[in-house]
Design a binder for this molecule. Structure first.
Ligand code: GLA
Length: 729
């Protein structure tokens, strides 16, 4: 049993971790522990100092040492004497904002709870358990149900929250965070993943200052600028050593993550929907469901933490035919042609691709409506016959005849003002009456909270998929959102739109992925601006970044790998000079970097030399040979690209039979020793041989002493070393 309750203490155990909380004699739910297994009730760590200006609950009478402001709380409330960041905040009918949540009851259920309308980790009845803890406000009939999903073997705990209004008057929810966790002791640092368009998920590790640190997005999406995932680690934690906790929000809209270090050096982490772009009116009898947070912790550093997230995202978040199976190697025409193509040009690229062993031709932006540039056409999802003579069906057939699959780009959530859709339905675009809207890449966003919009999009997209043999959809979105207003909601509910937008998006994706289970949906948002566990529930891979430069990609993919498995990372070889940076890197380097993902090409193969074409052929073969190892092996980051002048990573087979080491050494240095890399995940006692070499090494030697990289000449040199087990000592 993963969940047990003894003397008011809740124990949630996984294979290697323990989570504990306790309802005390005032009914306040205290957080006791999240970390290594201890075989102990951890309430002996609770302390009750008498701290000036930290007030006391009324029932404590003259006891000055019982304060909500100093106790570690499981779900912190605002307005009743805990002055740290709250997890939840409401406004009652009389305008007051207090909520005083006390323990009522609990339920333990078989299997993993699901959340209406929202993505959530899933597992078989026997593989997971659910704990529900019901809290109730002391003065009203507002209930908060804390949900914990426990995947014991995977060392994963999920958290989610339901707010119920059982009273007679409406309640306004101002903030409902999905996660709240207090840490009374510890010397912590936190890591977040910031960036911008073409430079996503840059790793930043910082100490905790007194006060509040925050990362988040109020852009209507999880964003390029911050990723909805965070690591809290003890000072000194490295890839292989040290304690760390990871939390990833399974949500694609605006989010907030706050970390507060308080007057007593205690730390609180809260995470959920961004309250600046959220409000929700809960009428009598209604419930609100907050999105889920996936949690794990590890005693053996970031590597172990990443493995746990990779495992759960691959097996219990991603769905569909392609969840675990090998994805097709694709060629995408975007950087090859941009908007300037016709059916012949696409077929020419595909012909060359077919010869080189590529599986699928993806037709990117520009095939529909009046779309010769990004200023017009979005929303008109009917084929542009001037470009594709004979229609989409004819092109698909021609591509299929080459032995290739066909995929297509769409940006369903958006509309150009210069489009038939906008002319017919101006009210479907998000804008505030009487104001000019913000335009992003010239376009407006559709009101995904409007059921008519969802019905229309379902109709057009499903028709395209039904009528043509399309086996892949790249689902893009290319602007951030503001001007929140929808005619579908009354004036006191307008700030529900950002969350309702995401609910509409999820509803549409659920319907389409359900009806077309064999179609591979790849998420995209100007590259990786909506790379989150929520989207991965519908799209098992996401275009990682619009930056295809090999050097930049090693850093973006490094940051991405802390939470997201390699199979979810769309990665392509593109042309040089690179279109984003102007950098020229060798085709071997570009190939090596793109292989740490779901692999493809994004250039006109006909422009390559014969030698380069041969290299492409070899790359596709190498990727195919290793795809299973790349997807299912354990992924290790072997160095820090920001410090080590190189990025080297490794895929280790789970049975210890082989490892693939790949990477890029950035700058060549004169008069230097060869670089040494310590491997990971090998069987200590086994012997390994580098493919094509005679030397044999023990796993222990390769992990402790490491291996010397070949001599490096030139910048951005690729490393690719394959080791196989030859015997056991
Ligand atoms: C976004 C995507 C690109 C490409 C263009 C098309 O920027 O990230 O890959 O599809 O849109 O307009």
């Amino acid at each position: 049993m993963a969940i047990t309750v003894e003397h008011g203490v809740f124990h949630v155990e996984t294979a290697n971790t323990l989570y504990q909380m306790k309802a005390d004699h005032f009914g306040v739910l205290n957080h006791l522990w999240y970390g290594a297994k201890t075989d102990n009730v951890m309430d002996y760590l609770l302390d009750y100092p008498d701290v000036g200006f930290s007030g006391n609950i009324y029932e404590a009478e003259n006891l000055r040492t019982y304060s909500l402001d100093t106790l570690p709380l499981e779900y912190a409330v605002g307005g009743v004497g805990d002055f740290r960041v709250p997890a939840v905040s409401v406004t009652h009918e009389n305008g007051s904002c207090a909520l005083d949540l006390r323990y009522q009851e609990y339920h333990i259920l078989k299997g993993k709870y699901q959340i209406p309308g929202l993505p959530a980790v899933y597992a078989g009845e026997e593989e997971a358990e659910t704990l529900e803890i019901v809290l109730k406000d002391t003065a009203t009939d507002v209930k908060v149900i804390l949900k914990y999903g426990v995947l014991e073997k995977e060392d994963i705990i999920t958290r989610s929250v339901v707010v119920q209004n059982r009273g007679k008057t409406p309640v306004i929810l101002n903030r409902v965070h999905s996660l709240c966790m207090d840490f009374p002791y510890g010397d912590w640092e936190w890591i977040h993943f910031h960036g911008r368009h073409t430079k996503e998920r840059q790793v930043e590790r910082v100490p905790l200052i007194h006060g509040i640190q925050e990362s988040g997005s109020n852009r209507g999406m999880s964003s390029h600028q911050q990723n909805p995932a965070v690591i809290l680690c003890e000072r000194g934690t490295s890839e292989k050593k040290g304690f760390c906790i990871g939390a990833a929000l399974m949500y694609s809209g605006g989010f907030q993550m706050q970390i507060e270090r308080d007057q007593l050096d205690q730390v609180r982490l809260v995470m959920g929907i961004h309250p600046d772009t959220f409000s929700w009116k809960l009428e009598e009898g209604e419930s609100f469901y907050a999105p889920e947070v996936i949690l794990s912790c590890a005693e053996n550093g970031f590597g172990e933490l990443s493995h746990r997230f990779h495992q759960v995202i691959r097996n219990n978040v991603c769905r569909g035919k392609y969840k675990l199976s090998k994805r097709p190697v694709l060629i995408n025409n975007w950087e090859a042609t941009y908007f300037d193509f016709n059916d012949t040009k696409i077929e020419e690229i595909a012909k060359q691709a077919a010869k080189l062993g590529i599986d699928m031709m993806v037709l990117d932006d520009g095939w529909f409506g009046k779309r010769d540039s990004d200023i017009s056409g979005l929303g008109d999802w009917f084929v542009n016959e001037e470009k594709l003579q004979g229609g989409l069906g004819r092109l698909v057939e021609r591509i299929n005849r080459l032995g290739m699959k066909f995929g297509i780009w769409m940006e369903p959530e958006m509309v150009s003002e210069d489009s038939e859709l906008y002319r017919n339905h101006p009210g479907w675009a998000i804008r505030i009456p009487g104001r000019n809207p913000m335009r992003g890449r010239y376009q407006l966003a559709l009101d995904m909270a409007n059921p008519e919009v969802i019905a229309y999009l379902y109709e057009v997209i499903s028709n395209i998929l039904r009528e043509n043999n399309i086996e892949y959809v790249k689902w893009d979105i290319n602007r951030n959102m503001c001007d929140w207003y929808t005619p579908t909601l009354p004036k006191d509910r307008q700030l529900e739109l950002p969350h309702r937008y995401i609910l509409g998006l999820y509803e549409l994706l659920e319907k389409l992925t359900g009806e077309f289970p064999d179609v591979l949906f790849e998420g995209c948002c100007g590259g990786g601006g909506r790379f989150d566990a929520g989207m991965l529930y519908y799209c098992p891979q996401i275009w990682c970044s619009d930056d295809t430069d090999a050097y930049e990609r090693t850093i973006i993919q490094y940051g991405t790998s802390f939470f997201y498995p390699v199979s979810t990372v769309g990665a392509h070889v593109s042309a040089v000079p690179n279109h984003q940076t102007g950098r020229v890197s060798a085709i071997g380097t570009r190939g090596t970097v793109a292989m740490a993902g779901s692999f493809g090409y994004e250039l006109d193969l006909n422009m390559l030399s014969e030698e380069e074409k041969q290299e492409v052929f070899r790359q596709v073969e190498t990727y195919r040979k290793n795809q299973d190892l790349i997807y299912n092996g354990l992924y290790y980051r072997l160095c820090d690209p920001m410090e080590d002048n190189m990025s080297i990573w490794e895929f280790a087979a789970r049975d210890g039979e082989q490892v693939l080491v790949q990477g890029v050494v950035y700058r060549a240095e004169p008069n230097a020793l060869r670089r040494r890399i310590r491997l990971a995940g090998l069987a200590k006692e086994a012997k390994y041989q580098v493919a094509g070499e005679e030397n044999v090494y023990t796993g222990a030697a390769l992990m402790a002493g490491g291996i010397l990289l070949p001599e490096i000449k030139g910048d951005d040199a690729a490393v690719q070393i394959h080791l196989k087990r030859v015997s056991t000592l």
